[in-house]
Design a protein around this ligand. Structure first.
Ligand code: M6R
Length: 607
């Protein structure tokens, strides 16, 4: 979603801001803008479309050494230059960039209009500029605090004033904000990718905190003016990890990276002697873990499907009742938080607002929540009681791929740990871990044969509808496959339990609606094969991901892609990678913007 960046130092602010905004592109946006001080006046430039449009509009060597920038993902008001940020007050001395939503903006705006303030845009964010201006009497920080004390909603903001040379004010509530510390220069941003090219030393802020930044230092306080001391942290990501390297898109790169990211999620977490996993970050004693009677996983999108896969595995290996639930629904249904239930919040970005607010609801009711996240220092892991970082490295493509396989890996390790504490034998644990260890090899084999999937995708990319069908642990994988195809290729796709099609979706089957079946050689295989025959009997095209040697599938299906044999609980890895590649190749065939599909954002920080 929206991204914000701020700079003060010796460099040309416009250059730093434009390069930061470029790095924030992956979040998804439809317009962008910057404001820099040029003497005692602000130069504000805003453009719809790609950052290139903004760069073309910014004069070369635009003077100014402090400034703010924004990528906007429209919520209130259409995609226009005027609605793009930064927003300014009537004097054009104060400029604001804002992520989040000001929920009470209508009331605030009406009051400001009555008081004579003139609005230029249709956004909720513009009220902030006028409110700050209303309270400004020479002290920008206190004007920002007075304005924020009237605001309801979520925000990550950066504010500048033309007369306040070398000063930025940042504040957060529900939307992320990080400070980057350089040599006599400071950066503010919504995520570290915007500033990684300049510094790796960062400070993360909490909700309710306000930071005053100059090129030489910063002070943090809360809205009631209490000083807050902050710790500095180091970012572990390397800048090269954020480049495409030899690949033409981030999605393709990240699909390939799974061969390394899965072992990274396991690194240092396996005790081979005891045939178990070691997860220190859970912050729970063995006794506390033994008391767990139920596991509930809360997440959104792809992370939710990873949660569904994980709930199968936790129940199957550790014999603990387990289920996954959509965070957006969970938080609003006054959930019953049980004493011996352990909650997991899964989120690649660690910033998804639905998941974050569900986590807060659980904690408010006294529950224990563990985070499974990728972005170190993001809000969900910081607010969790413990958890596991998946260490996938930056996932830039809007379509999540490598995070999915690493999320399930982290929870497979949790399942093994719990199972070995309960009734899984050492030899069964060792056998499972051995199979898990060779998954990257089996994925390499899939990647080496990706041309086969490309051929299938080229043949089917022009079909308007798809069904993705699986059973058991691969049912959520089918749903993830459908989600992937929808988001990157814009082909309509539905993911279903293959058993459920008879209860409705089979009505869709005709020669124009292909079905992608997931056919592992597990205890559900025979049933899936019957479902394939049912589709074939109705003139439906059948595509299948099956296990090498399964000739029967070849006889039924129009197209088959084969994967290696593995433990029946590990097929989600080998089923999902071909589906990711299939979606990717369909999108390429249709000339879609694979990494930044229309209307989507990488990190969904509004409801
Ligand atoms: O950062 P999160 O894992 O919390 O994000 C959750 C979803 O927004 C995300 O998985 C989304 O569905 C992806 N675009 C799927 O590819």
């Amino acid at each position: 979603m929206c991204g914000i960046v701020g700079y003060c130092g010796d460099k040309l602010a416009s250059e730093v801001l434009l390069s930061g905004l470029k790095r924030l592109e992956y979040r998804g946006y439809d317009s962008s803008g910057i404001s820099v001080n040029s003497g005692n006046k602000l130069s504000i430039i805003k453009k719809t479309g790609k950052i290139k449009n903004l760069r073309d509009a910014v004069p070369e060597n635009l003077p100014g050494h402090f400034g703010i920038g924004h990528t906007r993902w429209a919520t209130h008001g259409g995609v226009t230059d005027i609605n793009a940020h930064p927003h300014s007050d009537s004097s054009e001395k104060i400029a604001v960039v804002h992520n989040g939503i000001i929920e009470n903006y209508t009331g605030l705006k009406e009051k400001l209009l009555r008081e004579g303030y003139v609005f230029k845009s249709e956004t909720d964010s513009e009220v902030l500029a006028h409110l700050i201006s209303k309270f400004y009497e020479g002290d920008l920080e206190s004007a920002v605090k007075s304005a924020l004390s009237l605001v309801k909603g979520t925000y990550g903001i950066i504010v500048m004033h033309a007369d306040k040379d070398n000063e930025l004010i940042g504040a957060r509530n529900g939307s992320p904000l990080v400070l980057g510390i350089g040599d006599d220069e400071m950066f503010l941003a919504s995520d570290v990718s915007a500033i990684l090219a300049y510094t790796k030393q960062v400070v993360y802020f909490e909700d309710g905190e306000v930071v005053k930044v100059t090129s030489k230092g910063f002070t943090t306080s809360d809205l009631k003016n209490n000083r807050v001391s902050k710790d500095m942290e180091n970012i572990s990501w390397e800048l090269e990890e954020m480049e495409k390297g030899k690949f033409s898109t981030y999605m393709e790169k990240e699909i390939h990276e799974q061969v390394e990211s899965i072992p990274r999620a396991m690194k240092g977490r396996i005790n081979e002697d005891l045939a178990t996993a070691v997860l220190g970050g859970l912050n729970m004693t063995g006794r506390e873990l033994l008391d767990v009677e139920r596991v509930k996983i809360i997440a959104a999108g792809t992370s939710y499907y990873a949660g569904q896969v994980a709930s199968y595995i936790i129940e199957s290996l550790a014999r603990i009742p387990s289920s996954a639930e959509l965070a957006s629904e969970f938080r609003y249904r006054n959930p019953v938080v049980e004493k011996n239930t352990l909650y997991f919040a899964i989120s690649q970005s660690g910033e998804t607002i639905d998941t974050l607010f569900a986590l807060r609801e659980i904690k408010r009711k006294g529950g224990r929540v563990l985070g499974i996240c990728n972005v170190v220092g993001s809000t969900i892991p910081r607010e969790s009681d413990g958890g596991v970082y998946i260490h996938s490295g930056p996932e830039i493509s809007v379509a999540s791929t490598k995070a999915f396989t690493s999320q399930i890996t982290a929870l497979y390790l949790f399942a093994i740990h719990m199972a070995r504490m309960r009734d899984m034998s050492q030899s069964s644990g060792a056998a499972f871990l051995k199979d898990l260890n060779i998954i990257p090899e089996a994925i390499t084999d899939i990647l080496n044969r990706k041309a086969e999937l490309q051929k299938i995708a080229e043949k089917y990319a022009h079909y308007p509808n798809f069904l993705f069908l699986g059973r058991g642990i691969n049912c959520p994988v089918a749903m993830e496959g459908a989600l992937k195809l929808k988001e990157v290729s814009y082909i309509h796709a539905e993911g279903y339990s293959a058993a459920e099609i008879k209860h409705g979706p089979i009505a869709l089957i005709n020669e124009k609606t292909p079905s992608m079946f997931l056919v592992p050689d597990d205890h559900m295989r025979e049933k899936i094969v019957s479902n394939m025959k049912e589709v074939k009997a109705r003139n439906g095209k059948v595509l299948a991901i099956a296990v090498k040697g399964d000739k029967e599938v070849e006889d039924i299906a129009d197209e088959v892609f084969y994967v290696s044999k593995t433990h029946e609980n590990l097929y989600p890895y080998l089923m999902v990678v071909p589906l990711q590649l299939f979606s990717y190749f369909c999108a390429m065939e249709l000339h879609r913007d694979v990494d930044q599909p229309r209307n989507l954002a990488k990190s969904v920080t509004v409801e």
